[in-house]
Ligand binder design. Structure first.
Ligand code: ADP
Ligand code: MG
Length: 375
């Protein structure tokens, strides 16, 4: 009898809680729609090893602050536990600076936006908990964002230095954790046409850099050294992968074996040829990406092509994509500060979600695995 009563009390509590959630969610929706013209968003990004906070006025960025975590450099890659601890230390000052730089008070904010996933769960939890608490304390809507959609929608940030693509368009998203070709039908409707079967392209850059004794993250260093080297000095194999999918782990292994073989013959091989090795690695990586992109354009007939993600900062991919304008493509290259992880791109997704009335509540949870096709 006691158990029965207890169960009923628990059930009553949960139904009452759901009713309160839904009333407050609808109240917030109405409140926000009345003021749609003047939206001020605070966006938080904490999916991997960069703590970011940005303030947006509608689709315009007022501030975009990032605290990089140098601690991972000595390990040659991101250490998840250290990343979440550093996020905890960084998040309050980073948010404070973003508001200060934007000259916006907490009470002027219309909503809080945060990265829900994909990413490292411990890191995501820091941003998620912070965003939920702040939205609740200010009694404003909470918007969760898919990090992969954010890389793509970075192109829609209102900025003189970049153009907004027209739908449908293709986006090659290349980062430390992902490599995919996405067909973008609308702001929040995306379809994967091909993706990596193993390592991501950024991972291939970073692991190759580690083999060469360069610091983490190695992508920008290889890019810099490659510009002074001969791209035809060494030939690395091209992976044979069907359709629009990619593979980078075989290339990484072949770079390792090549360097081991050459340093066995000459211990100074890396030192003497670093620029040529980097240029040759870069040539192969970019040719893999461009070949698949050309195939995707042929298959879909879509000639509006964008690149996004950390590796889209790469000088060679930017150059080769731009050159495709001669073949009738319309290309979209993001501003440097919107390529690697940042909170401004999280804010722009929040902006479109808010216009769509797609708001979340405190029950929203961080998700380590999330596809660009997921909400
Ligand atoms: P993730 O979202 O997976 O954490 P980011 O979008 O922040 O990754 O991208 C980080 C990746 O981008 C790293 O692997 C880094 O080496 C790579 N990267 C950054 N700049 C360049 C560059 N100029 N050339 C090649 N790779 C780069
Ligand atoms: Mg990213």
């Amino acid at each position: 009898m006691f158990t029965f009563v207890l169960l009923n009390v628990i059930l009553f509590y949960f139904s009452l809680r759901n009713v309160i959630y839904s009333i407050s969610k609808n109240y917030l929706k109405t409140k926000i729609l009345q003021t749609t013209k003047e939206i001020y968003l605070l966006a938080i990004e904490s999916s991997c090893d960069d703590t970011g906070a940005a303030v947006l006025h509608n689709d315009t960025v007022l501030s975009n602050i990032i605290a990089n975590q140098d601690i991972h450099a000595e390990y040659g890659g991101v250490v998840p536990e250290l990343a979440s601890r550093a996020h905890q230390q960084n998040i309050v000052p980073v948010v404070h600076r973003a508001l200060q730089k934007a000259n916006i008070g907490k009470n002027q904010l219309s909503a809080i936006v945060f990265t829900k996933g994909p990413g490292l769960l411990g890191s995501l939890l820091v941003g998620t908990s912070f965003a939920k608490s702040m939205a609740q304390a200010l009694n404003i809507p909470l918007l969760s964002v898919n990090h992969m959609q954010a890389h793509v929608l970075a192109h829609f940030i209102n900025d003189d230095a970049q153009q907004k693509p027209e739908f449908p368009f293709l986006c090659l998203t290349i980062s430390g954790g992902h490599t995919q070709i996405v067909k973008v039908n609308s702001h929040l409707d995306m379809e994967i046409l091909g993706e990596t079967l193993d390592d991501a392209v950024g991972e291939c850059y970073d692991k190759s850099a580690k083999i060469l004794g360069l610091d983490y993250p190695g992508g920008p260093l290889i890019d810099k050294l490659a510009q002074k080297g001969n791209p035809d000095a060494f030939a690395f194999p091209k992976p044979k992968v069907d359709g629009l999918d990619f593979s980078f782990s075989g290339l990484k292994t072949s770079i390792l074996y090549f360097v081991q073989k050459e340093t066995a013959k000459n211990p100074l091989f890396i030192e003497e040829h670093i620029e040529d090795i980097c240029a040759s690695i870069q040539k192969r990586i970019v040719s893999i990406l461009m070949d698949k992109l050309e195939k995707a354009v042929k298959q879909t007939g879509i000639t509006q092509v964008a690149i996004a993600g950390g590796v889209s900062a790469n000088s060679e991919i930017r150059k080769q994509l731009k050159d495709k304008e001669n073949d009738g493509w319309t290309t979209y290259i993001p501003k440097f500060e919107y390529t690697t992880d940042n909170a401004a791109m999280i804010g722009i997704v929040g902006y479109y979600k808010l216009l769509n009335n797609d708001i979340d509540d405190v029950k929203t949870v961080a998700t380590a695995r999330l596809s660009v096709e997921d909400k």
